[in-house]
Write a new protein. Structure first.
Length: 512
């Protein structure tokens, strides 16, 4: 496939981002010498650099493309996605960040085993890390396919292949130490790629007399324009349930995302972990000012993208549709570069977190927890989502990420909160809660993704709504099961529980 003249700038943008990613990653390789460098950058990453890297990996395809597409289609109620994704870090900072860093663990399964003294809990956590990681990787590869199709006319399988190869090269080369520099660069590239075109689009909108987006041609014809601008959907009780369930998933799911949690193991101490989280909140708050601009202005200038089934591409296409000539082409090229950076950075973080778990809990012998094993596990981490994306699995970008948040909130959130703050949590209680919350949330994910959208879904009506947004009922079930089974267990927590609790909560200066 050879791009025509109009597609050359987009191709150049993709190539430059890939080359820059590999170049920075190669530069970072010289700092990666030990296994600890590969897994947690030897716990020496300072707050500002770490916050930029977290912003780079956290702001995924759903943030860069999906939020604008959802707002274009459904309106202001979709603003709860970026609000929840940002506020989740506030919950993480208050409840989890510093104790988790003090635990001394490398991964979530490490923490679970240390806290509960149980290999069964560790194995279950490893399975859940892989499940959440793969579920979150899928929209990154799908987004890459959408980007290359929209800007280059390329087949959708090409995007996932390119992202997988670049990510594997970067992750295998230097692990966490190397990827930290890459992701920090990619955050600032993504912010620039959204900010500059958004400013130009707003100038055009003001020059047109600042028309009201709610009076534009209705994108979803069944939704009156006045309801499109409301923060809660038009479906009465169901719309209210969706909003609250989404808030539960995004507020509580952040702390259970493996690629987010592993970042806090790279801080020097608990205080640095908290400072990192404060900076992250600021970086995310600035970034999320801009995707809604594309969604709202897309309703004015490109409502046909919804009817054509291309709402997720509004961020990519809007600058070229609104701004004529070379400036529009340059702005579209910049957005394309930012989008591709989003896929690479988030996929890199997810690959590291899944590879770290697989290399410790799946591989045996000399490969276990080694640099060579880490590289092999990285290939396994990207293989399944790449194949699914190449086969054209149907999935809305932001909705798929929302489901990953729901699974994380239903599993690792109760495990971390109770494990850190409740000494009586037992291994049996943890297993029961993880199975209950994770099993129910995973079943909801499978039924939702297998059924397709709208009237074609396997389950419709209120049951379909409950499955599409399961967090409001799966999270309370997971917490309740963990508490009740632990109380009925008869054991006063793991034998080492109180020692671990002291380690989690005592400031570093009091430790010998």
């Amino acid at each position: 496939m050879t791009p025509d003249a109009s597609q050359v700038p987009g191709a150049v943008a993709v190539i430059l981002v890939a080359v820059a990613t590999l170049a920075i990653g190669t530069w970072g390789v010289r700092f990666s010498r030990t296994t600890s460098d590969f897994f947690v950058a030897s716990r020496t990453v300072r707050p500002r650099l770490n916050a930029s890297a977290i912003g780079g990996e956290y702001l995924s395809a759903a943030s860069f493309l999906g939020v604008a597409g959802l707002i274009l289609t459904f309106g202001a109620e979709m603003l709860w996605y970026p609000v929840g994704w940002t506020a989740g870090y506030l919950v993480l900072m208050v409840l989890v960040a510093a104790p988790l860093r003090r635990s001394g663990a490398y991964t979530l399964p490490d923490f679970a085993e240390a806290r509960l003294d149980s290999m069964a809990v560790r194995r279950l956590c490893s399975l859940l890390v892989a499940l959440i990681g793969w579920l979150y990787l899928l929209p990154q590869f799908l987004g890459a396919g959408v980007t290359l199709r929209s800007t280059l006319g390329a087949p959708e399988w090409l995007g996932p292949v390119i992202v997988a190869l670049v990510v594997l090269a970067g992750v295998s080369g230097g692990g966490m130490r190397s990827i930290t520099f890459v992701q920090a660069f990619q955050y600032w590239l993504k912010l620039t790629a959204l900010l500059i075109p958004a400013m130009v689009l707003l100038a055009v909108w003001l020059g047109d007399g600042a028309p009201d987006p709610t009076t534009a041609t209705s994108v979803a014809t069944a939704t009156p324009p006045a309801e499109w601008s409301m923060p809660v959907g038009p479906d009465g009780g169901q719309g209210l349930y969706v909003t609250y369930s989404l808030i539960v998933a995004t507020f509580l799911g952040t702390m259970g995302l493996p690629h987010v949690v592993v970042r806090f193991y790279t801080n020097p101490d608990g205080r640095a972990a908290r400072r990192t989280t404060v900076v992250v909140l600021g970086l995310l708050g600035v970034f999320y000012l801009f995707p809604p601009v594309y969604g709202v202005l897309g309703r004015l200038y490109a409502p046909e993208l919804y009817t054509e089934g291309r709402a997720d591409a509004v961020t990519l296409l809007l600058p070229g549709l609104v701004v004529p000539g070379a400036l529009g082409t340059a702005l579209s090229t910049l957005v394309t570069a930012g989008a591709f950076a989003a896929f690479l950075s988030t996929a890199s973080g997810l690959t590291i977190s899944v590879a770290g778990v697989l290399s410790q809990d799946l591989l045996r012998g000399r490969l276990r927890a080694s640099v060579r094993g880490f590289r092999l596990a990285a290939g396994l981490a990207v293989a399944l989502p790449t194949l699914l994306a190449m086969r054209g699995v149907h999935a809305n970008l932001a909705d798929t990420v929302g489901l990953a948040f729901a699974v994380a909130a239903s599993t690792f959130c109760p495990l971390l909160v109770l494990g850190i703050w409740w000494p009586r949590l037992t291994a049996r209680g943890a297993v029961a809660g993880l199975v209950a919350g994770g099993g129910l949330a995973s079943a909801a994910v499978v039924l939702t993704m297998a059924g397709g959208p709208g009237d074609d879904a396997l389950v419709t009506g209120l049951p379909g709504v409950l499955l599409a947004q399961p967090a409001a009922w799966t999270v309370p079930i997971a917490f309740a099961v963990m508490v009740l089974v632990s109380l009925a267990d008869g054991r006063r927590g793991a034998p080492v529980a109180w020692q671990v609790m002291v380690r989690l909560h005592a400031p570093e200066r009091f430790k010998g």
